[in-house]
Design a protein around this ligand. Structure first.
Ligand code: UDP
Length: 321
């Protein structure tokens, strides 16, 4: 296959590029490097089945040649980033998705949307099955991301129904691993970088809110299998192992070592109180489930961030900076 991956120089996008190349496919990557970095695909500079184009997919693009698949992964995904770039976030979710679907239609290509557990908002059903419609504040600070992705899902289903486009929707739950920026701002990289530097571990609220953390290789394998399947319904891909943020802070300090203490900061508006995927659908239809638990995933992630910190990478970024 020849596939187009938007956000190819991002954290998840670049791992997905690697997975498709491993599978023997040709990959065209698109990125505007707003949150992604060419460094993430620098190891592929001489790969004869990979090409990287600098472009913002919120604006139309014409691509030469045949395409069999498009995977739309371009978007800020860390709350710190999308709160800084709310309009770009809304545009890449809406206009960017529309542009991708237009390419899918003209090329007869399959389209996979990177959606998110954020479509469930601050959920009133726990754990979250795909059938749950969600509980989202459209005008709150997270609305730019949540509603962009909800619109993107609606647009994807409209093209599927109206134009018969072959579509897939993955709802991605909190994912972590190598290639996350030290200053990404999401909780796993923040806590690791803070522990490495001996800075305070910044827990928002009382830390009783929960998240379920998926290691990147598991996430990417689930997405790859979904793309290759014939399943057009939205599919949760995440690790159901659920932790409070305080538990995460303790585990990270145990794994990294050091003397960091916990500092409590205000809980941001609309921060979901719980989040955990129901992955029955992925288990049944894709034969997929995560294989890397939190401690093992942290052990694989810490060396990456340690190297970045030693290289002079920026400190952790919080919503309160
Ligand atoms: N969080 C925190 N300290 C940080 C960053 C995040 O306590 O430095 C909390 C945040 O309030 C949320 C959870 O960790 O409850 C996950 O936040 P993240 O930004 O990683 O992603 P989210 O799941 O909220 O999109």
């Amino acid at each position: 296959m020849r596939v187009l991956i938007t956000g190819a120089a991002g954290f998840l996008g670049s791992h997905l590029v690697d997975r498709f190349l491993e599978g023997g496919h040709d990959v065209v990557g698109l990125d505007n490097f707003v949150t992604g970095s060419p460094d993430n695909v620098a190891h592929l500079a001489d790969h004869d089945r990979f090409r990287l184009i600098e472009h913002d997919i919120s604006r139309p693009v014409e691509l030469e040649g045949e395409l069999d698949g498009i995977l739309h992964f371009a978007s800020p995904a860390s709350p710190v980033d999308y709160l800084e770039m709310p309009i770009q976030t809304l545009k890449v979710g809406s206009l960017g998705t529309h542009n991708c679907l237009g390419i899918a239609k003209s090329k007869g290509a399959r389209f996979l949307l990177a959606s998110t557990s954020e479509v469930y908002g601050d959920p009133q059903v726990h754990p979250q099955p795909e059938s749950y419609w969600g509980h989202v504040n459209p005008i709150g600070i997270r609305g730019c991301y949540d509603e962009a992705k909800r619109f993107a899902e609606a647009m994807t289903m409209a093209y599927h129904r109206a134009h018969g486009i072959d579509t897939r929707i993955v709802r991605i739950f909190n994912t972590y691993g190598p290639r996350m920026r030290a200053g990404d701002g999401r909780v796993v990289s923040n806590f690791i970088v803070q522990a490495l530097r001996g800075d305070p571990i910044t827990v928002y609220g009382d830390g009783s809110q929960t998240r379920s953390f998926c290691y990147v290789s598991d996430e990417v394998e689930g997405i790859y299998r979904l793309f290759m399947s014939d399943h057009t319904e939205p599919t949760n891909i995440g690790n159901p192992g659920e932790f409070t943020i305080r538990e995460l802070a303790e585990i990270v300090v145990e794994e990294v070592g050091g003397e960091s203490r916990v500092e409590f900061l205000p809980l941001p508006q609309d921060d979901p109180k719980v989040r955990r995927p129901d992955i029955s659908s992925a288990r049944e239809r894709l034969g997929w489930e995560p294989t890397v638990d939190l401690r093992e995933g942290l052990r694989r992630t810490v060396p990456w961030l340690r190297a970045a910190v030693e290289d002079g990478a920026q400190a952790a970024r919080t919503l309160h900076d």
